[in-house]
Design a binder for this molecule. Structure first.
Ligand code: FAD
Ligand code: NAI
Length: 475
């Protein structure tokens, strides 16, 4: 006898588990199915984000930053470190225990919210009386019937053609988070978010890291001024970044990976490394879902086709997160999960796609929300810009980290904030003020008039807003 639910969510990444919790909060009977397992076969809900994405990468970024600080910056504070060493096993082990705490936290939240969890692969069987028949194949096989289904099956790393990931020499984000010994030489294909974050981790731990990027411009998704400042800082740290390259046929042996490539000037080059991280974007994951069985519509790139409210072409079937259009970000997936649960409950769920922040957790951190200067120019929008350097911020000086700036872009006539771009310390935390202001369609003057605590990095945001009106107080 099939178990009946109001909502069955397939996938317990940030899109799926949040949709399940919100639907349960709204009084519905909810099941969530997730296939991810620990090495010993236990459930590991949380998806890419928890297991091999956001959480473990930030744990390694934190540990490696401590190591680099101790090695190179403590002496500026008069702190002498003798016999500094690195226990990579402990560092990776700590990361694994942070992941485990998050897996367990999600299982606890399911219990607390009365979400029934099934460990296994969920697939569509057919449309039946009262909804959709879903089969779970896993620890124990189950037949479920759901009035509504939320597909939240996430994404997988994209491989270079003819170069599958073996997670030993050719690494996706998964293998790149658990290299057993610090490589002497590490190659990275793609200077995107993963390439920069994980390239930074291994460089800080002692590897010579070379990142090869196909696009002619570095970090073209960010505001140009920000990309330029970040590139300067990364070069200074010794991260070797080459743009405008064309990768040839990569050869991997048990010892070395050889990457032939044509550089920006057209010259043939070759890079020999111990491991190669391939971080050239991700592809939507719908394998095993039974897409064809029920006719769930995918686009030409494999994304589940949805409307603005995350409805698919099938009645009462919704899709959220990396498996649908839009930025592949955990917080975007979560917002969609909440909105879909609220729609199912008859409420007015909504995601403001124009105000989704982006963050790169390198040092300096990079964060932005809204449009860049180049996007405003292309769209012909008249705007005013104001910037403030961390060099002129007291807290940044006290921290000993004065790289970068805050830049506020506002409409030339109305003063409404159109974009905020930060490169510098704690940009990931500072950006939320800009998100709040933009969500309320506030003006640069609103930021400028708000009292910011002193001494804080957030004063750089206030000063950048003052700079829009050409009246900074401290620069
Ligand atoms: P996922 O997290 O991919 O979860 C999908 C889940 O569904 C998985 O558990 C999968 O096993 C399961 N599943 C798939 N098919 C089935 C099936 N048929 N049956 C049952 N279960 C199934 N984003 C940020 O916002 N901030 C960051 O700092 C950040 N860092 C990242 C670092 C790295 C290295 C990577 C790779 C990604 C990072 N991301 C970050 C992106 C973020 O991880 C994703 O955007 C987010 O995980 C997407 O959530 P999701 O719920 O759509 O899918
Ligand atoms: P990405 O899209 O950020 O970067 C991929 C880079 O690879 C691009 O610069 C692209 O031009 C380049 N590239 C593509 N093909 C290439 C080729 N053949 N040769 C050389 N370069 C090539 O993708 P990435 O870094 O793989 O990350 C995947 C997703 O995960 C991102 O879209 C992001 O949304 C998410 N993520 C988010 C993080 C965060 O929010 N801090 C951290 C890590 C990942």
């Amino acid at each position: 006898m099939a178990k009946q639910f109001d909502v069955v969510v397939i996938g317990a990444g940030p899109g799926g588990y949040i949709a399940a919790i919100r639907a349960a909060q709204l009084g519905m009977s909810v099941a969530c199915i997730d296939a991810w397992s620990t090495a010993d076969g236990k459930p590991a809900p949380g998806g890419t984000c928890t297991n091999v994405g956001c959480i473990p990468s930030k744990a390694l970024l934190q540990s490696s930053e401590h190591y680099e600080q101790a090695a190179t910056h403590f002496s500026e504070h008069g702190i002498e470190v003798k016999g500094l060493g690195l226990k990579l096993d402990t560092l990776i082990g700590r990361k694994d225990s942070v992941v485990k705490q998050n897996n367990e936290g999600i299982l606890y939240l399911f219990k607390k919210n009365k979400v029934t969890f099934f460990h296994g692969t969920g697939s569509f069987v057919a449309q039946v009386d009262g909804g959709w028949s879903i089969k779970v194949s896993g620890t124990s096989d189950e037949d479920l019937v759901a009035k509504h289904v939320v597909v939240a099956t996430g994404s997988s790393p994209r491989a270079l053609p003819g170069l599958p990931f073996d997670e030993k020499k050719i690494l996706s984000n998964d293998g790149a988070l658990r290299i057993p010994a610090v490589p002497k030489k590490l190659g990275v294909i793609g200077a995107g978010v993963i390439g920069l974050e994980l390239g930074s981790v291994w460089r800080r731990l002692g590897a010579e890291v070379t990142i090869l990027e196909a696009m002619p411009d570095f970090l073209a998704v960010a505001d140009q001024q920000v990309s330029k400042e970040a590139l300067k800082a990364f070069n200074k740290q010794g991260l070797k970044i080459q743009t405008g390259v064309k990768i040839g046929e990569v050869k991997a042996t048990a010892k070395t990976v050889t990457v032939p490539y044509t550089d920006a000037s057209g010259a043939e080059q070759s890079l020999a490394v111990d491991h190669l991280i391939v971080s050239i974007g991700r592809v939507p994951h719908t394998e095993g879902l039974g897409v064809e069985t029920v006719g769930l519509k995918l686009d030409e790139r494999g994304f589940v086709v949805v409307d603005d409210d995350c409805r698919t072409n099938l009645t009462n079937v919704w899709a959220v997160g990396d498996v649908v259009r839009g930025p592949m970000l955990a917080h975007k997936a979560e917002e969609e999960g909440v909105a879909v649960a609220e729609h199912i409950a008859g409420q007015h769920g909504h995601v403001n796609y124009a105000v989704i922040p982006s963050v790169i957790y390198t040092s300096p951190e990079i964060a932005w929300v809204g449009r860049s200067e180049q996007q405003l120019k292309t769209a012909g929008v008249e705007y005013k810009a104001g910037s403030f350097p961390f060099l002129a911020n007291g807290r940044a000086r006290a921290l000993g980290d004065t790289t970068g700036f805050v830049k506020v872009l506002a409409d030339a006539k109305t003063d409404e904030v159109l974009g905020v771009h930060i490169v510098g310390p704690m940009a990931s935390e500072l950006i939320s003020e800009a998100v709040t202001i933009m969500e309320f369609r506030g003006a640069a003057e609103d930021i400028a008039r708000i009292c910011h605590a002193h001494p804080t990095l957030s004063e750089a945001m206030k000063e950048a807003a003052l700079a829009v009106d050409k009246r900074t107080l401290n620069f």
